[in-house]
Design a protein. Sequence first.
Length: 614
Amino acid sequence: MCGIVGYVGPREATDVIVRGLELLEYRGYDSAGIAILEDAEFQMRRSVGKLVNLRRRLHAEPTAGHQGIGHTRWATHGAVTEANAHPHRDSSGRVVVIQNGIVENYLELKGRLIEQGITFHSQTDTEVIAQMLGLYTAEYGDFQRAFGQVMSELRGGNAVVAMDQTQPDLILAARIGNAGAVVIGHGDEENFVASDLPAIVDYTQHMVFLEDGEMALVRSTGVEYIKLDGTPISKTTTTVAWDPVSAAKGGYKHFMHKEIFEQPRTTTDTLRGRVDLETGRIDLDGLNLSDAEMQQLDCIYAVACGTAWHACLINKYFIETLARVRVEVDYGSEFRYRNPVMNERTLLLALTQSGETVDTLAAMAEAREQGVKSVAILNAIGSQAGRLADGGAIYIHSGPEISVASTKVFTGMLMAGYLFALRLAQARGTLTSAEIREHIQALIEIPAKIDTMLKDTAVYDQLADLYHHSTDMLYLGRWVNAPIALEGALKMKEISYIHAEGYPAGEMKHGPIALIDERMPVICIATKDHVYEKMLSNVEQVMARGGKVIALINPSDKLVRSKADHVIEVPETTPLLAAVLNVIPMQLFSYAMAVRRGADVDQPRNLAKSVTVE
């Protein structure tokens, strides 16, 4: 979840690094710092809070040099203080280190260092790395060897970048486990290190991604790749086509707002080149499962965290309904700890925006250990999940999502999940080509229907004016819309800080009904499907207790319209695909509430975009 940027070359390193850190702000952070190496001396500047504070510090105390590293930190060990901000130095001041991840055995290592007389100046696990690196570098007389040795002694997932003041024109970077990406950017007489692509695509589109146990020796003249023990390795360069201009707000007040409004395009991009309406066939590029493998499946474990977990719940309905394969949905953080039962007829389906979520990666690793293939639905090109997915990776092609609260990636995951369900149905013969054509037709109509919903959003501002003082909200849905209720509640609480709960509507009487009174807005998803009448009954039960009903309905609905306090119209589609449309009002309502309450929409407190630690 931390941001890492490193640079060596002819440019002013400070400018490159700070700009790169700004492009990684979406990952979430609470402090920032840089170290610039020039004339065998480190110039270090650190500050608490947003990058604007670091910029002020740099304006008052400028740095100059052509080599450096920078970091935005999200606290895991120690309070949010300047002393705990990265970079960290060893006691001699010879080396500096920045890190993404957690050193699981840091207390053991720290105790060993204290016994050797080392005094610590921070509460972080990162300083343990710096102190060890300083000791080993002095002992071996070899910075590279010392770095590899330190990395081999760390437990847990970690991405580490370091410099030695006696080694100009050299930055070392390593990745251990699944701490998050380490991207090396290859330029012309200049090279870059980053934890995510947006930080460096302004300068180069030629990238190399480090794997577990790999190091990069980054110099202005070139990059060398080795294992931790020094064994040389060959790496493939990937050319990334992302344009950094696409990450700009483009006139929108917030990235979240922009990304909501990008969904007609992004849902189209997920479908592009994958459906053939004429033949009724699905072609998923990147899927490495044969028809025979798909035919033998009797269970799929769908694993994810946060919003992606809600996408798993919905994809369960898609797959079970269309392909008739049993789907079990698990939290990534729980899956590997419950000793899951898997065999040759099992598949793991992993959903992750970043492709670097450590709990999801751990689930994929658990499946691999048991000889079970994984398929990943993800957004980030070149991520670890894409490389772990031996059953194939289905990229949703949503482009960079900057806001911490996921919107367009969520709908992309649903579109991709529906395609995967249809591809399974195609292989297993549970749907005919004619039936698949009908589903494809419904899919390709979704982007235009989303666009229709975005034409007039005044209702959300009106609702925010009425309900922005609310302290609690309840979201209700049935069948495929029960997970949409969960997602709506999550969006509301994570960006507006209003306590919200999502429930399957049938469970309302088993507890939540006790909370309903005239102060409680209740969002009811009541679009037409085979459980519509049951949802209508839930609306009446809420109204009987004085709750304020905000109902999602289809335009032709007269029954719920006559009962609800407020209605939001959603275009009609097939019952399963209604989930894709019904989440759009959830996003818009939570956004309007957050703006009305003055919250930090794109970077909610205590949250980060890519969670790379447990």
